[in-house]
Design a protein around this ligand. Structure first.
Ligand SMILES: Cc1cc2nc3c(=O)[nH]c(=O)nc-3n(C[C@H](O)[C@H](O)[C@H](O)COP(=O)(O)OP(=O)(O)OC[C@H]3O[C@@H](n4cnc5c(N)ncnc54)[C@H](O)[C@@H]3O)c2cc1C
Length: 450
């Protein structure tokens, strides 16, 4: 300290923060990355399935073998009433996030970024409504530009003044509690285990809507490593337990032992990205900006993509000596018109599954969804849901209410995506307000059952 101010100060060494640090340091910026955990503890101890395409396009496609958890050869998604669709080899890679994020951090440090662990940031440092740095252990730490990549904590976003266009709080209704763990079993216990869980070897079975609405319980037994992989997620609202508590109870109730060798969990914000992603001297990326694909709760590819984009815009704004909301707006506009629009589109699947009862889920899986949809959704591309396709798909289904709802949802999801593709290109409060109104009007048209 006491030295020249940092160009870019990043809070949080997760996927978003480490990626931004790496790319900003590669561009020659003076980067400081602050993280509340110790250096050896960054990343989280469970597998995240990440779109292969996103890793490739970010130049992160070559992964060390010990970072990758081989995905199930066959995926089966099952509705509450037992309707199933299957797909072989989804375009996903399971990443051991502790190893992956630590390697990203090492790369960032090698590129010249400065890392400081055990540094829990308290709030943004504000000067006349502008972010001028952060406050750490009561000390002011100024920087030319700041990136909030602190995940769901969003420690800087929450401390913004009321005048900021960025929403400070997210609604509890979008929070999902999730848990993923690996257990190993003695060889003699494996057969009875698979029988009691009703999972065939080599098949990843995901029960969708098993707890009503937006919920998943996914099981896969990997015979090579003798590991049972379980993932559970459901809405926080209306649940009296966390996904972690549920998993413990799930094994206990079935008398399943084994040893947990890897795992953990937390909360995921499942909704479209926040409306505004920048303010004077501040950008948001990753979970701090709610950049999770709402269809399946995946946030890593988004966090990495946003970190990369943030570094690029930061470098050009810093070179021009302008880190105002107006200058940084380009970051938010690029995001919303690109991946943000895709996220808005996939919010449709979330809203669809939230509003469906068990019978509705059976109809969705039995008639409306195809194995190809599964693959396309996992690859974060738009589904072929044009009016003609929908009628063709639903042919033979005599259930006018569901038919109507599904067709309406497909239409509105495309309208929502298009609205995001028209996100204001420059900071203009009235244009943003009009855009928000347009989005709200489309969301209101989405039919709900409650
Ligand atoms: C059980 C579970 C399963 C999941 N499965 C998948 C999946 O299969 N695929 C997928 O893509 N996504 C998955 N996700 C979501 C994914 O993990 C997140 O979207 C992603 O990690 C977000 O990255 P991030 O960099 O934005 O935030 P984080 O990874 O949360 O990183 C934020 C960092 O900021 C630090 N921090 C927080 N507050 C402060 C502070 N005040 N000062 C300093 N540092 C701070 C934290 O310690 C942390 O290191 C899953 C999530 C859970 C919980």
């Amino acid at each position: 300290m006491g030295m020249k101010e940092h160009d870019l100060l990043i809070v949080g060494a997760g996927s978003a923060g480490c990626m931004a640090a790496l790319r900003a340091a590669e561009r020659g910026l003076r980067v400081l990355l602050l993280e509340q955990r110790r250096r050896d503890d960054v990343g989280h101890p469970w597998i995240d399935d990440v779109e292969e395409g996103a890793l490739l396009s970010l130049g992160l496609g070559t992964l060390p073998e010990d970072e990758v958890w081989p995905p199930p050869p066959l995926y089966r998604a099952v509705s509450p009433g037992g309707k199933a669709i299957e797909r072989r080899g989804l375009p996903l890679l399971g990443l051991r996030m502790d190893r992956f994020v630590r390697r990203l951090l090492e790369m960032a440090v090698r590129a010249g970024a400065e890392f400081r662990g055990e540094a829990r940031v308290e709030e943004p440092l504000l000067e006349r409504g502008r972010v001028r740095g952060v406050v750490l252990r009561g000390q002011e730490l100024p920087a030319r530009l700041v990136l909030d990549a602190s995940g769901l904590n969003a420690v800087l976003r929450r401390g913004l003044p009321e005048s900021s266009p960025i929403e400070r709080e997210v609604d509890e209704s979008c929070l999902v509690t999730a848990w993923r763990e690996h257990r190993v079993f003695p060889p003699e216990e494996v057969r009875p285990l698979l029988d009691s869980l009703e999972i065939p070897p080599g098949v990843g079975v995901a029960r969708l809507g098993w707890r009503g609405g937006y919920s998943v319980l996914s099981l896969f037994y990997d015979a090579r490593e003798r590991v049972l992989d379980i993932l559970v997620g459901f809405k926080v609202k209306g649940s009296s337990e966390t996904a972690g508590d549920f998993v413990r109870r799930f094994f206990q109730d079935r008398g399943i032992g084994g040893e947990r060798v890897y795992g953990g969990g937390g909360l995921i914000p499942v909704r479209r990205s926040l409306d505004a992603l920048v303010d004077h001297g501040l950008m948001l990326a990753g979970d701090a900006a709610c950049m999770v694909l709402p269809a399946h709760g995946s946030g890593v590819a988004s966090a990495l993509t946003a970190g990369d984009l943030a570094a690029r815009v930061a470098a050009s704004c810093l070179a021009r000596g302008d880190v105002s909301r107006e200058a940084l707006w380009e970051y938010g506009a690029s995001w919303q018109r690109g991946r943000g629009a895709l996220m808005a589109y996939f919010d449709f699947i979330r809203l669809l599954s939230e509003g469906l009862d068990e019978r509705g889920m059976d109809l969705l899986m039995g008639y409306a969804m195809t194995p190809l949809d599964l693959e396309i959704a996992m690859a974060a591309r738009t589904l072929p849901l044009r009016a003609g396709d929908i009628l063709r798909r639903l042919k033979g289904l005599r259930h006018p209410v569901f038919l109507g709802r599904f067709a309406a949802l497909a239409r509105h999801s495309i309208a929502l995506k298009k609205a995001y593709e028209r996100y204001p290109l420059s900071w203009d409060p009235s244009a943003l307000e009009n855009w928000r109104r347009e989005v709200a009007a489309i969301v209101r048209r989405i039919p709900r059952t409650d």
